[in-house]
Design a protein. Structure first.
Length: 78
């Protein structure tokens, strides 16, 4: 879903460039698309940690909690 929205943003930016809209407006939209890509990247990394590092094999509760904290930080602040 997130990637589909980013794709729509990029399409809209291309249209803005074709219409020769102001550089400031285009830059604003580029920054928003970049932020959306950063969020998608963070989500991917968080899910990778969850899938690969938080398997049933992770028996040590302290290690598991540290990994979960990393996932929360990634998804909330990046």
């Amino acid at each position: 879903m997130r990637l589909a929205r980013i794709e729509g943003q990029i399409r809209a930016i291309r249209e803005m460039i074709e219409r020769e809209e102001s550089c400031e407006l285009i830059t604003q939209q580029l920054a928003a698309a970049r932020e959306a890509l950063n969020k998608a990247f963070s989500e991917l990394i968080a899910r990778t940690i969850e899938c690969n590092c938080l398997s049933e094999k992770t028996s040590e509760p302290a290690a598991r909690e540290k990994l979960l904290a990393m996932v929360r930080i990634l998804t909330r602040y990046t």
